[in-house]
Design a protein around this ligand. Structure first.
Ligand code: HEM
Length: 489
């Protein structure tokens, strides 16, 4: 087992021992540059034409998501972003609140039924249900499609089952580590290695593309029937918005996405927007379970809203909810790190000098083409030199007054690296924040959450996705069991 899977926090230990910038040997002896230096990180994320997603990460994204936003770099990425950005703006997300609340209420009703007797506390794997809920949300808000995976009577959904196999199986961590490092095996040998879960990926891709193709045909027909891309249409899902933007007569032909690129966005939303949000909320409920006073304070604030169907503005007006969500995404960033490869020689400036192997002080780093770089999202989010001595502590109140040092963290939202920064920042961050607020609003007003397993049993995987599992039940793969009971005022 690789050290990152054995101990997902090992890079933080090294950072504290060796400083913000150092090199180590990863799987297959690959030399990887680690930097938590905010000046260096700013340079790396901004220069996305030099620091690109690794070939193998790209090809495994492409394997699943075709030519969607996650799998493209350079000019194609710029072109896609230009068309897609408006669909993820605040006004558009406001229009999706109804879907977020509706699915949160469906989840609440499923749990209420599972608990049965109001005075009873029931063990529920909240991650499993949240993952069904976020899939249903991506279906409905993403492309007006009903997966119906929250329906307890519904038959198992094929797409959901496929995702479970890929992201939550017990061997997921080792498989993804191997896939991500295949590039470092010399080419003649690489062919001899069977890519882990290749068949699962290929099957998923086929299913998603059949679905995507049908959506493209139906979507175009609906837009044309309504009088063209400029006509007012009832559909507010992301896919319809993107399709309309792409068909707009104002967009020059060479700035448009091809049909394959448009279809590629569907699996992209699945991959990027489904397991991330469910992981975030399962950690949020865990923090509430182990911090009962935080739970009480947050619930009290949520009850100050008079409506059962609050608007995005009403939810955004709740300061403790906002601080709680920020703190959770800081400590439990669902994507714990990302990696890049330098596709050209470069010089990276450093905010804090580091030492080379001869003990010489370096104020910048000479980078050779092919150098691997790790962007340690969670480590930066919990760096003591930036956040203070209590950086690892879960403390929503810290957001009332942040240390000045965190202003230096490159960020698209909330002084943290959780949604990355630079041109590849997370396009869906507003979508996810609104969905998370809707979920907490509905769930916390209905239930009380308590610990289900002993202290120290809940751990996180080291595969880049910050998925929880129970140490003594690790053969079961990702899960987040909690005791859930009805809240009685
Ligand atoms: C808590 C939830 C989420 C987190 C923590 C998260 C985090 C991230 C991160 C770290 C990246 C950068 C990946 C890289 O460049 O290597 C990213 C990119 C992306 N995310 Fe998210 N994400 C979340 C939710 C969503 C949602 C809900 C959607 C869509 C509905 C989404 C869509 C995307 C897309 C399409 C990209 C690629 C952007 C680009 O390269 O231009 N994400 N996300």
């Amino acid at each position: 087992m690789h050290i990152f899977q054995k101990d997902p926090t090992v890079t933080r230990t090294w950072r504290n021992a060796f400083g913000a910038t150092f090199q180590y040997k990863g799987l297959f002896n690959t030399r990887e540059l680690y930097t938590a230096d905010t000046v260096a990180l700013e340079h790396i994320v901004k220069n996305n034409f030099i620091y690109q997603k690794r070939v193998v990460v790209m090809s495994s994204n492409n394997r699943l998501a075709g030519e969607g936003l996650l799998g493209v770099e350079g000019e194609a990425h710029k072109r896609q972003r230009r068309i897609m950005n408006p669909a993820f703006g605040t006004a558009q997300i406001r229009g999706l609140m109804e879907a977020f609340l509706e699915k949160s209420v469906e989840l609440r009703d499923v749990w209420t039924q599972k608990i049965g007797d109001e005075s009873k506390s029931t063990r529920i794997d909240v991650l499993d249900w949240l993952s069904k809920m976020t899939l249903d949300v991506i279906g409905q808000a993403g492309f007006d499609y009903q997966f119906d995976s929250l329906n307890p009577e519904g038959k198992p959904n094929e797409v959901h089952e496929t995702f479970n196999k890929m992201f939550h199986a017990p061997n997921t961590a080792s498989q993804s580590a191997l896939r991500a490092n295949l590039h470092s095996i010399p080419a003649p040998f690489r062919r001899l290695i069977s890519i882990p879960a290749r068949k699962t990926f290929d099957d998923a891709r086929k299913k998603l593309f059949v679905l995507g193709n049908q959506m493209l045909v139906d979507g175009k027909a609906a837009i044309n029937a309504a009088g063209g891309p400029k006509a007012v249409s009832g559909r507010r899902d992301l896919f319809s918005l993107i399709l309309r933007a792409n068909m707009s007569p104002e967009v020059p032909e060479d700035h448009r996405m091809s049909d394959n690129e448009v279809i590629g966005q569907i699996p992209t939303f699945f991959v990027a927007g489904h397991a991330t949000t469910s992981s975030a909320i399962s950690w949020a409920l865990y923090e509430l379970a182990i911090n009962p006073l935080v739970q009480i304070k947050l619930r009290e604030e949520l009850f100050t809203l008079q409506s059962d169907t609050p608007t995005l503005e009403e939810l955004n007006s709740l300061p403790y909810l906002d601080s709680f969500i920020r703190e959770n995404l800081r400590v439990h960033a669902p994507v714990s790190h990302v990696t890049r490869i330098a596709v050209a020689d470069d010089v990276i400036p450093l905010g804090t000098p580091c030492l080379d192997t001869h003990g010489q002080k370096l104020t910048s780093l000479l980078i050779k083409k092919g150098q691997m770089v790790r962007i340690p999202i969670v480590d930066v989010n919990t760096d003591r030199t930036l956040w203070g001595e209590d950086a690892l502590k879960f403390k929503p109140e810290r957001w009332e007054q942040l240390p000045k040092a965190v202003d230096a963290i490159p960020s698209v939202w909330g002084n943290m690296l959780t949604f990355l920064a630079g041109p590849h920042n997370c396009i869906g961050f507003r979508f996810s924040l609104a969905e998370q607020k809707a979920l907490l609003f509905v769930l916390l007003r209905a239930f009380v959450f308590e610990r289900a397993v002993a202290d120290g049993e809940i751990r996180r995987t080291g595969n880049g996705l910050h998925s929880p599992f129970v140490y003594s039940e690790r053969e079961k793969g990702s899960q987040m069991p909690l005791m859930v009971k009805a809240f009685q005022a």
